[in-house]
Design a protein around this ligand. Structure first.
Ligand SMILES: NC(=O)c1ccc[n+]([C@@H]2O[C@H](COP(=O)([O-])OP(=O)(O)OC[C@H]3O[C@@H](n4cnc5c(N)ncnc54)[C@H](OP(=O)(O)O)[C@@H]3O)[C@@H](O)[C@H]2O)c1
Length: 291
């Protein structure tokens, strides 16, 4: 039997990164977790037997040291924080020096050369930077995560309303845990999808009116969708503490969503994880108490 690849997971305490680690441990692959802070989340990883490396993706020396002895790596940088291109460049150079056999890159479905969202355009440029390394790479371009509903859960709980700026836009919400499982599968067998850009969707496409019906049915009370325009959304988001970087991104991807950029579904995610992807109803059921 061939030796299992050792995988570096960045974003290791985040949603997809932590799910990737659980899957890799189950698969018997050794893991090094690149964590941003040493806290109770990193302690939980260490308790599972994961090698923990604390560092900042904006520090070239730290990511370089973290790559030593690593076979393949997952690049994941939060969309809320500016600086994805600096982090991507450091990761690319460090990965090339370390002789990585594969990279899985978390991008997004709205990533394209002419994206109006700076973060989405930066994801596209980041894909090009990583491609230049010559390392076998798989770019993941998921649609919106289910977790969006957790971001607005207070309004759902208090007012029985989903307030979002997505009009009648449609998408198939995808589970970040399923994405993590996909990251693990590809990082463990990096040639399977090498050179591919994978559009990843949840199993069912809806508009938010239909999503509110799914939530109402799970909760047993009526939850109404209240679409708001971009200006009103920006005000509400700023009240929640969102900064200009995030607002610039969200307001532009909301327009993308209404223009159909997020629409569609396929069975790629299910094929990669060898399982039925999580439905929106299952996600709402798991998080029922939060709503
Ligand atoms: N949400 C969506 O609907 C959606 C859709 C498509 C694509 N995506 C993409 O998904 C990615 C985010 O994935 P996710 O939601 O799984 O991640 P996440 O839950 O946002 O977690 C981000 C992780 O990165 C760590 N981190 C933050 N700043 C760092 C730094 N400077 N150096 C090292 N680590 C740092 C965080 O640690 P701390 O908490 O300790 O800072 C955290 O563990 C983004 O690239 C986004 O564009 C998201």
């Amino acid at each position: 039997m061939s030796k299992k690849l050792k995988v570096l997971i960045t974003g290791a305490t985040g949603k997809s990164g932590s799910a990737a680690i659980d899957e890799l441990l189950e698969m018997g692959n050794p893991v090094r977790a690149f964590v941003h802070s040493l806290d109770e989340r990193s302690e939980k990883l260490a308790a599972k037997g994961v090698e923990v490396f604390a560092g900042d993706l904006h520090n070239f020396d730290e990511i370089s040291v973290a790559m030593k002895g690593i076979d393949t790596a997952y690049f994941c940088f939060p969309v809320l924080v500016p600086g994805v291109l600096e982090a991507t460049s450091y990761f690319a150079v460090a990965g090339k020096e370390a002789g990585l056999k594969g990279i899985v890159n978390m991008s997004q479905i709205s990533a394209r050369r002419d994206a109006k969202s700076h973060a989405a355009q930066d994801h596209w440029i980041g894909e090009q930077i990583l491609n230049m390394t010559g390392i076998p790479i798989t770019h993941l371009r998921p649609t919106f995560f289910d977790d969006w509903f957790l971001y607005i859960r207070e309004g759902i709980k208090k007012d029985n309303k989903i307030v979002l700026p997505f009009g009648d836009g449609r998408w198939a919400p995808v589970d970040s845990g399923d994405l993590g499982r996909a990251v693990a599968r590809i990082a463990a067998e990096p040639m399977t999808y090498a050179g591919e850009i994978l559009k990843l969707y949840g199993p069912e496409e809806y508009n938010v009116y239909e999503m509110s019906e799914v939530l109402s049915s799970v909760l047993g009370r009526k939850i109404k969708y209240e679409p708001v325009n971009i200006e009103r959304w920006a005000e509400l988001d700023a009240e929640r503490g969102a900064d200009d970087h995030f607002l610039q991104h969200v307001t532009n991807v909301a327009l993308d969503c209404m223009d159909g950029i997020f629409a569609g579904t396929n069975d790629t995610l299910g094929t990669i994880i060898g399982d039925k992807p999580t439905t929106l109803s299952e996600f709402f059921t798991t998080w029922k108490a939060a709503f």
